[in-house]
Write a protein that binds this ligand. Structure first.
Ligand code: G3P
Length: 216
């Protein structure tokens, strides 16, 4: 499973990339707003750090305007993937981007049929927001399973990108189900690497080694 980092904070991206865990980046208007920085500048910086798909979301809600914004975003770097919301206008734009060879991540997916519609329109990535479904008491992973099944029935090339990941349980389930990608906040990505028994085990090894008075 590929790990994308779900942030627009370049310091977080730089650090996580140095661990070798980052295959791509997803941003959205809320994450960009948090940085307080100009969008294009942040995207350029991210593209310098990570050589992988970098999702950049349009904010227009009419297909023509989405196309204009997406074209501008795609020109920033060859790795930019334009992110469009799952609304009718977003799907029109997705189809047009796909024809122009611009990859699209269709976001705000909450049902398998929305995902199928986006796949039919040529989306490269389908982003179900599983954490937000959990927030309203639904099992977000049920739709991920259904999406994977549907995509395999029909051989759509779209990849399932599990989004709105809030914790390690979400990440585990994404991997168990066989999602292509999970986009993960920095804090969750960091948690993968920590376990108290790993830290205690290492301390014990080092303490024992010191007793030998040897050097390697
Ligand atoms: O990138 C979009 C998605 O991951 C948002 O997550 O936590 O705001 O639901 P969240």
């Amino acid at each position: 499973m590929k790990f994308f980092i779900d942030t627009a904070d370049v310091n977080e991206i730089r650090e996580a990339a140095s661990w070798g865990l980052v295959d791509g980046v997803t941003t959205n208007p809320s994450l960009i707003a948090k940085t307080g920085r100009p969008y294009a500048e942040v995207l350029r910086e991210i593209c310098d750090i990570v050589d992988g798909p970098i999702s950049a979301e349009v904010v227009a809600t009419e297909a023509a305007a989405m196309l204009e914004e997406g074209e501008k975003l795609a020109k920033i770097h060859r790795n930019i993937v334009v992110k469009c919301p799952l609304i009718i206008e977003g799907l029109k734009a997705t189809r047009a981007f796909a024809k122009r060879g611009i990859r699209v991540n269709v976001t705000l997916i909450f049902t398998p049929l929305q995902a199928l519609a986006a796949a039919k329109c040529g989306a490269s990535y389908l982003s179900p927001f599983i954490g937000r479904l959990d927030d309203i008491g639904q099992d977000g992973f049920q739709i991920v399973e259904q999406m994977i099944q549907i995509l395999s029935n029909y051989d759509y090339p779209a990849e399932v990108l599990v989004a709105s990941v809030r914790n390690l349980t979400h990440l585990m389930r994404a991997a168990e189900i066989g999602a292509d990608v999970a986009t993960v906040p920095f804090a969750v990505l960091k948690q993968i690497l920590h376990h108290p028994l790993t830290d205690m085990g290492l301390e014990r090894f080092l303490a024992d080694w010191r007793k030998t008075n040897q050097k390697i």
